[in-house]
Write a protein of this length. Sequence first.
Length: 188
Amino acid sequence: MGPSARTRICTVLVASLMVIVTTGARASSSETRLLYPAKKPQRTHAVLNELPDPPALYTKGRHRISIKWDRRAPSILTVNTVDLAKAESTERWAGRFAIELFERGVLIERVRFNFPMLGALPHKGGNSMASAIDDNMSSATEVSFPSTTRGDALTLRDRETGKRWQLAWPPRVEPLRAVPDDARPLTR
């Protein structure tokens, strides 16, 4: 098959597609419409209302925070401070959970993470299996958070449900307090 035959075949295919799309248009309208209109995205997760990440902090120290998730109740197991040889920026990861540092209501640092076996299971919208896993899951992880003199409020947030827990700043082992859902929104 030569180049001119390929050109004719392509022209016929394009013309056929144009006829198919235009037949979906209303007789009284000159505009065309898609045969399968796109669905509107549904806002089912708290993550969609999230503030953007602030610029990463460069620090020589890190807090290694061991966190346990036991049947929807987080707790701090241990906190160790580690000094690095040189200042490093905070790594950006995707994750269902986040530790966020605020200064006078302004977000200055966020570290995202997941608990092993829990991850980003969507339990909204009727997924009862994922909800049952959340209700009965016990898992632990370690999070590296920058050590800084800035900040006055540290929170742990489940980005899936929007629930928040208040942590001590600087971090130390103590019980976490749940932040009410109607608490003043924090800003960037």
